[in-house]
Design a binder for this molecule. Structure first.
Ligand code: HEM
Length: 119
């Protein structure tokens, strides 16, 4: 039901250059753009966490249960925790030739044990 956002998407809404100011608190995404001028703790405190996870800061500020309830007024969605971490499989391909070169090394050692080659 809830709109899902990627971390990178939220990071762009940092309240700078006329952009909206979004925050993440406990996995939820909040648009506090209209709250900047009303926040009792000041707009700066919110802007500092624009586009970022403000869960710890929100807790540390010792907000009341009223403030907790207030959160829902600004909620616009949740963080998409299922967002894939991009892993490129290309490194697998380069691993094989490297292993082959190492396995060809032991042969020269056998030749030196013959004793006839150098006189
Ligand atoms: C959507 C997010 C937030 C909401 C709805 C919110 C709401 C409130 C409310 C209602 C108060 C008044 C006191 C209270 O009832 O606890 C308050 C105070 C305060 N808030 Fe927030 N807040 C939010 C985010 C933050 C963040 C991210 C910080 C980070 C530093 C912060 C820092 C503070 C501080 C320092 C005060 C105390 C101000 C004072 O007593 O002088 N708040 N906030």
């Amino acid at each position: 039901m809830s709109q899902l956002y990627d971390l990178s998407e939220v990071a762009q809404q940092n309240g700078k250059n006329g952009k909206p100011c979004w925050l993440i608190i406990k996995g939820n995404v909040y648009d506090v753009t209209k709250f900047l001028g009303e926040h009792p703790g000041g707009g700066e405190a919110l802007l500092e966490y624009g586009g970022k996870d403000a869960t710890k800061a929100f807790k540390q500020a010792g907000h009341s249960s009223d403030a907790e309830k207030d959160l829902k007024n600004y909620k616009i969605g949740e963080i998409n925790s299922a967002a894939p971490i991009q892993v490129q499989p290309t490194s697998n391909g380069s691993a094989k030739p490297a292993a082959n070169t190492i396995s060809g090394d032991p042969e020269p050692a056998k030749k030196s044990s013959s004793g006839f080659c150098c006189c």
